[in-house]
Design a protein around this ligand. Structure first.
Ligand code: HEM
Length: 170
């Protein structure tokens, strides 16, 4: 029998764990149960790497082609990043078991930082995409590669460690 007067650990409850929606973590934003966020995140990740790759090739070769490839990759990384952000935010707000977990909000904060960096990298190049590459364009894309890796790794933790956005199976 727990000792109420002494406030022993038996009396303590975690309001988060006891929340009725705590175990409701299945994805709601998807096509036939396949989560849209998982489908969209691959694009900003890959395109952030492409931007850095194109910048490196431009630095190495001086070919205008690579500076143009870089601005296209930077722009599409940002636009697909926005799409990934929208699907992720919808999941965050709509699913009670995702909304209540602090790591989901940590992922949101890291992802918003990433989106602002991807947008900066594109917007900066719109002033003159060739001159923008060296040195600040390539520095930005190198940094973006690091931030996109952290964001993707952290998103993976949400899925594989916390089982967020997954199906409970049949
Ligand atoms: C801006 C707001 C964002 C929010 C609120 C958000 C939220 C989430 C949530 C809740 C999950 C768990 C799975 C699910 O419920 O679908 C997740 C997974 C993930 N997120 Fe995000 N996300 C955002 C943006 C991004 C961006 C911009 C990227 C990458 C560039 C990203 C990369 C990932 C990855 C790689 C996963 C794991 C997907 C899987 O393995 O199925 N997220 N995110």
């Amino acid at each position: 029998m727990p000792d109420k007067m002494n406030n022993t650990p038996d009396d303590l409850t975690d309001p988060i764990l006891e929340h009725s929606g705590y175990d409701t973590t299945e994805s709601l934003v998807g096509i036939w149960g396949h989560p849209l966020h998982a489908m969209t995140v691959a694009f900003p990740v890959a395109l952030a790497f492409c931007t850095f790759g194109a910048d490196l090739f431009y630095w190495w070769s001086g070919e205008l082609f690579w500076a143009r490839a870089a601005i296209w990759a930077a722009g599409t990384a940002f636009l697909f990043g926005l799409a990934a952000g929208l699907t992720g935010t919808a999941e965050l707000l709509l699913v009670p078991g995702i909304r209540i977990r602090a790591p989901a909000w940590t992922h949101f904060v890291i992802a918003v930082l990433l989106l602002s960096l991807l947008g900066t990298n594109w917007g900066y190049r719109l002033q003159g995409y060739q001159a923008a590459v060296l040195p600040y364009g390539i520095l930005l894309s190198g940094f973006n590669v690091l931030v996109v890796m952290v964001t993707g790794w952290h998103g993976g933790k949400l899925v594989f460690d916390y089982r967020l956005g997954t199906s409970k199976g049949i």
